[in-house]
Design a protein around this ligand. Structure first.
Ligand code: HEM
Length: 546
């Protein structure tokens, strides 16, 4: 055998030498070219076979070194959410994304309700937010509920849950909304209507919910929603800090850490805006502690989260249960959770109404019936100066509830969410998950799966939520806009109340028309903003109809 090998080698060397002799200097130079071409052909065949195999197994071509990144980049050029939807659908609900080597882009993406139930409820403990998420958001969110797991999360969840279900808190949410909608939102819209102007409704709604959630979390009104729509330093700092934090998710960890250490780029913006957020937060906390310590009448009346948590005492020592830093984290997390979610949902809802006038008619009929019933029972037929919807009336708006749920099904405020696998696991659909795998669940895609909602899944049909005219909720693992299981959105009831109150108050007074030609598209962010806002014109309704 050794001899045969040696003979082949000798023949090859002789052939090569002959080729070199035949071509002289040129032959010597050509020889490496021949090798390069052969190598290129070999690599091309390998890539083609590999890519075809991957195309079959994952629905996307996967290339050596860069994995599926080229497809992702192509997807990012268009509508990212639609791209994910098409891929996830082609794979029957779940697919594995292979990112480039040495990156943290590998993940499993799922839109299968069975997997969602497994992940959010059945095996909840095996799918925490995880250290990657926590480390990335820690500068902004600290140990607050959004990034926390285990006991840190449980303690806050329990305390906040008690508070969210208390009658004082409900009263606060109702009264703060009356104040914001009637003293601020309606006057701002009236001013626009009077001059036949155009306004970005998404911006107005974002201001409304930012002020509202600050009132609930801090007991302080930043005043974003005011005539002239002024820029408020705290709101601006909060927005900048959130955006700079999001950039970290698409930047390799070592890179943003280095940028943070050097104080450059987005990290510089983050540091500056965090300083402004903290200055505002610690100032409010200091004053509130003084108020609580002095047993001031004002503190006794307050039921915002900050006051409630400030009053909590350690059972053994009787000292304040929470540090200033922890109080800051609690408030910042609630503001993040509640500031944009309801407003972007409302923006999509108003846009859907302009496309579906039949739905708007039904909402108006429902509101008209409620208003008519109130007028019938009003003593001596007295007319109110201004119609303010009462909590029990808002509760009776079942069609509106369905129309908002349907908007959230198609445009969930949180379009995708993420978890990390602690121990090796298998999803109910058979997908194998290795320890440390990131799992993305695609809420936006779930609203567009025929397998979940039927052939008409892309149609806006509030009726799918109604049985005999009453709203019927869906499984949280099918309609995942509010998450599900132990981490179900804490603000869900409040958000519905807020959205219904604001929507009914606007629709009762104004017809909202999107400006002709205004482009509507989702922005690629952690929240489902409209990329270009929602430019609208308003027309006063004819009240004599009522
Ligand atoms: C339409 C409006 C809203 C939607 C669609 C929504 C959706 C969600 C989703 C998807 C999550 C899970 C996030 C995650 O774990 O990564 C969540 C969590 C949460 N939401 Fe909401 N939310 C809304 C409004 C609100 C409001 C107004 C508040 C409070 C004022 C709020 C408070 C929270 C809190 C505290 C959590 C964390 C729960 C936990 O981790 O235990 N949400 N929400």
């Amino acid at each position: 055998m050794a001899d045969a090998g040696a003979q082949i080698n000798a023949t090859a060397t002789a052939d090569a030498a002959a080729a070199g002799r035949r071509h002289g200097i040129a032959g010597i130079m050509m020889f490496p070219e021949v090798q390069a071409v052969e190598l290129l052909i070999a690599v091309s065949i390998f890539v083609a076979i590999h890519s075809l195999r991957q195309r079959r197994s994952q629905g996307l071509p996967s290339w050596p070194l860069v994995g599926m990144l080229p497809s992702l980049l192509l997807g990012l050029r268009g509508d990212m959410y639609e791209w994910v939807t098409s891929v996830v659908k082609s794979r029957g609900g779940t697919f594995t994304f292979h990112g480039p080597i040495f990156t943290n882009l590998h993940c499993v993406v799922t839109a299968d309700p069975r997997n969602l139930e497994h992940l959010l409820k059945t095996r909840f403990g095996n799918f925490p937010k995880g250290p990657y998420f926590r480390d990335t958001v820690r500068d902004l969110l600290g140990d607050g509920i959004f990034g926390a797991d285990d006991d840190t999360w449980r303690t806050q969840r329990k305390a906040a849950s008690l508070e969210f279900h208390s009658s004082e808190f409900r009263a606060l949410t109702a009264s703060s909304l009356v104040e914001l909608v009637h003293r601020r939102l309606i006057p701002v819209l009236a001013a626009v209507e009077e001059v036949n102007g155009v306004v970005d409704l998404q911006d107005v709604l974002l201001r409304l919910t930012f002020d509202n959630v600050c009132l609930i979390a801090f007991g302080v009104d930043p005043g974003c929603l005011r005539p002239g729509l002024p820029e408020i330093p705290f709101a601006k700092a909060f927005e900048d800090a959130t955006e700079a934090t999001i950039v970290r998710f698409v930047t390799p960890t070592a890179v943003w850490r280095a940028m943070r250490a050097l104080g450059v780029g987005h990290e510089r913006v983050l540091q500056r805006s965090l300083a402004a957020v903290d200055e505002f937060a610690y100032d409010v906390i200091r004053k509130r502690r003084q108020e609580v310590a002095g047993a001031a009448a004002a503190a006794a009346r307050r039921s915002d989260l900050l006051t409630v948590f400030t009053k909590m005492r350690d059972a053994e020592t009787g000292a304040a249960a929470y540090s200033d830093k922890f109080l800051r984290d609690i408030c910042v997390n609630f503001i993040l959770a509640g500031r944009d979610t309801s407003s972007v949902a409302l923006a999509w809802f108003f846009w859907l109404l302009t496309k579906n006038p039949g739905v708007e008619e039904k909402i108006l009929d429902e509101i008209d019936a409620i208003v008519a019933a109130r007028r019938k029972t009003a003593k001596g037929g007295e007319e109110e100066e201004e119609l303010v919807f009462q909590p029990e009336e808002v509760k009776r708006m079942e069609y509106l509830h369905a129309a908002l749920s349907e908007a959230l099904r198609l445009y969930p405020s949180v379009p995708v969410d993420h978890k990390e696998v602690v121990e090796d696991e298998v999803f109910p659909d058979g997908t194998v998950l290795k320890k440390g795998t990131k799992v993305i669940y695609a809420m936006y895609s779930m609203g567009r799966m025929e397998s979940i909602w039927g052939e008409d899944c892309r149609d806006y049909k509030p009726e799918r939520w109604l049985r005999d005219g009453r709203f019927m909720s869906e499984s949280a693992y099918k309609f995942t806009a509010f998450n599900g299981g132990p981490r179900l959105c804490l603000g869900k009831d409040f958000a519905y109340y807020q959205m219904k109150f604001a929507a009914a108050s606007i629709l009762h007074r104004y017809r909202v028309d999107v400006v002709d030609g205004h482009p509507v598209a989702p922005k690629m962010a952690l929240t489902m903003y409209m990329k270009y806002g929602l430019k609208v014109k308003l027309t006063k309704r004819d009240k004599s109809k009522l």
